[in-house]
Design a binder for this molecule. Structure first.
Ligand code: ADP
Length: 654
């Protein structure tokens, strides 16, 4: 306790009952401590993790050093009926072609007549060709209450449901249906900043797919919560193996072997994520202290078209199998990195030290960088002394005292006595914190006023990631200094904004139309860039201007592009050196010949063993990204480097 009051306070997490155990495990492993309400004061924590949503007051009373794991109003996309409504609205506004990834859906009972119309029309126009539908309760998860039907007479429901077109031609692996669980982190809705985790899960049905029996849940639903009770769950199923999950890396190896354009597929999924989240942008109030981990369920059909099935709030984080352990522990760790706790603990500590020692509880000057709780800007109901308690302030909008430092009354929940003597200037606190910690990200403060938050509300300190696997890579010098989020944090890859236009359009009041337009342009370019001729032209183009435009297209699921790395291919010339991150680094400035020779040596040895077919298969199907990473250069053929090569091995040396 003494250390907490005077020295470096460990970061404190607060878990609500039902929060996943893996979150506790990862945080404890990282040296955090668990908040104990008996011991600690009400606001003396850094992260509050709940599986369910937070109350309005939790958002309103948030303190500068605190983070919540949910944005408000997420049910706009995570409830099946809301999502269906938004998708329909977007189809009308921006065209069905762009939003054709969402299967047609009807919310029943209200839209029964509409559904009946479509159902009947389909029956007559499809001339005997079957159409299948899936019925899902709007607010249940884990496959509960879901059933399929072909004939409307089998549609029986007693609660609010959605009836969705059933994608009846899914891509199968050895006859088994699967879908992808893609983990997405929305770091902020204003500006919109989206990261996709490159590791995800592939969830299999455990019985072979057949339309002959629509009531076999083990063949049509891919929920683990259902399939783990299937007879075949523990069996070693052809190609799929035991259990019902693969890691995304394993799936990527599978695609690689099938000669599938994995990059294109990834981009289509990334577009789905962006276009879906865009629908929520106008509904979600600005809440910079929050971030959201969402689980996107994506089904791939037999023509490799990805479909959005639903978006999960609080995706399951239980560790049921080795794939779960590989994926979810890393995922949580990367989420924590994205939250970038570095100085905030010391802020918390300073705040509480002051309170404990009986001096005035000081608040940072209100400027960009921090979000203060709403209660600091408007009198909390029932607090008649608000104005008096704010020294020198005559308005609820102005909480600065005449020393120029922001002060505030005690938090309504805190036990502070709030003595006024010798307030320590905030700058002094900053000095103690250390200049390194003071880099604040300048968020756009005008954004706040559009979101019903006080105009003086400020935002969090820069989320300075201390454990980046690769450093932030700015798009270009222009955007570098404007708070552009890092392209990669751990295994999270920034997927939005993806160019300067989308970055600009997502500032202030997001220009959804402009963003949709950019996604549209990107999709078109993407399609044409995979036309072989176009691609060669593009790759061999010496115009950086053209390359720049295409750069976002070249992000693979693995790594974003890196500045300054030479092109992997120019015409028929293939880049052979540098061939990995180590050689890239070792060849900078004064080349480190010894290190390079060492790398060549290592590569030669690995090469020899990797062409032992058995070894390679093992390697490709390996679930350890670490091992795959090391071998990736070996997978270049004499003809083409893998597409990811344009973006993969080399990480910025900046
Ligand atoms: P839940 O929230 O209950 O998991 P989902 O919408 O994710 O509900 O559906 C559960 C499973 O049903 C999915 O994982 C998928 O396997 C299957 N499924 C759902 N919708 C469709 C659809 N439109 N077409 C094909 N399969 C679907």
């Amino acid at each position: 306790m003494a250390e907490r009051e005077c020295g470096f306070a460990p970061l404190l997490f607060r878990l609500h009952g039902g929060a996943p155990q893996v979150v506790r495990e990862v945080l404890l492993e990282r040296g955090w401590e668990e908040y104990d309400e008996e011991e600690q004061e009400e606001g003396d924590w850094n992260l509050y993790w709940r599986s369910s949503g937070f109350r309005k007051s939790d958002y309103e009373n948030i303190l500068p050093w605190q983070r919540l794991n949910h944005h408000p109003k997420m049910s706009q996309i995570t409830r099946k009926d809301c999502l269906a409504r938004h998708m329909r609205r977007m189809k009308i506004a921006f065209g069905t072609a762009l939003y054709d990834f969402s299967p047609a859906a009807f919310i029943l009972p209200n839209e029964y007549t509409k559904f009946l119309g479509v159902y009947t029309r389909n029956r007559t126009t499809d001339r005997g060709k079957s159409r299948y539908w899936i019925c899902k309760p709007v607010d249940l998860s884990r496959g509960r209450g879901i059933f399929l039907f072909e004939d409307i007479k089998d549609l029986v429901y007693d609660s609010s449901v959605i009836v969705q077109r059933y994608i009846s031609n899914p891509l199968l692996i050895s006859g088994y249906k699967f879908d992808l669980r893609i983990y997405v982190c929305v770091k902020s809705f204003s500006p919109l900043v989206i990261y996709m985790h490159q590791e995800g899960l592939v969830r299999f049905a455990t019985e072979k797919y057949t339309l002959a029996s629509l009531d076999s849940l083990y063949s049509h639903l891919t929920n683990t919560s259902i399939n783990k009770f299937g007879m075949c769950y523990a069996m070693d199923k052809e190609r799929v193996g035991r259990g019902c999950k693969w890691t995304m890396s394993r799936f990527r190896s599978f695609l690689h072997k099938q000669d599938v354009n994995e990059l294109l597929l990834w981009h289509r999924i990334s577009n789905i994520v962006t276009l879906t989240l865009l629908t929520a942008v106008p509904c979600v109030p600005s809440s910079p202290n929050c971030l959201e981990l969402l689980g996107f369920d994506i089904l791939i059909d037999a023509s490799y078209k990805p479909w959005l099935l639903e978006v999960n709030h609080s995706p399951a984080l239980s560790l049921d199998c080795p794939a779960d352990v590989t994926v979810k522990k890393g995922l949580i760790s990367d989420i924590i990195d994205l939250m970038n706790y570095r100085m905030v603990d010391r802020f918390r500590q300073k705040g509480y030290c002051r309170k404990r020692s009986g001096s005035r509880y000081l608040w940072p000057k209100i400027s960009q960088g921090f979000l203060l709780p709403k209660t600091l800007h408007a009198p909390p109901s029932g607090n008649k002394n608000w104005n008096q308690s704010v020294s020198g302030s005559s308005s609820s909008q102005d909480t600065r005292n005449n020393t120029g430092y922001a002060t505030c009354p005690d938090h309504p929940n805190s036990k502070s006595t709030g003595h006024e003597k010798n307030p320590k200037k905030f700058e002094e606190i900053n000095d103690e914190v250390g200049s390194d910690d003071l880099k604040l990200t300048i968020f756009n403060s005008t954004r706040q006023s559009h979101r019903n938050t006080p105009s003086t509300a400020c935002k969090l300190p820069s989320l300075r990631v201390h454990k980046l696997k690769s450093p932030a890579v700015p798009w270009n010098r222009v955007t570098q200094d404007r708070g552009v989020p890092p392209c990669r944090v751990g295994d999270f890859i920034l997927t939005f904004p993806f160019n300067e236009a989308t970055w600009k359009a997502s500032q202030d009041q997001a220009d959804v139309k402009a963003i949709v337009n950019e996604v549209h342009k990107l999709t078109n370019r993407l399609a044409s860039s995979f036309n072989e001729k176009e691609r060669t032209k593009m790759e061999s183009s010496q115009s950086t201007g053209i390359r720049d435009k295409f750069e976002p297209l070249l992000w693979g699921p693995k790594d974003p592009p890196l500045r300054g790395v030479p092109p992997c291919r120019v015409g028929d010339f293939i880049l052979t050196f540098p061939f990995n991150e180590a050689t890239w680094k070792a060849s900078q400035d004064q080349a480190d010949v010894k290190a390079i020779v060492n790398e060549v040596h290592k590569l030669t040895n690995r090469l020899a063993s990797s062409f032992n077919e058995k070894e390679r298969t093992k390697m490709e199907s390996s679930q350890s990204t670490g091992i795959r990473d090391k071998f990736e250069p070996l997978l270049w053929g004499p003809k083409d480097p893998p597409q990811q090569m344009l973006l993969l091995k080399f990480r910025s040396q900046q």
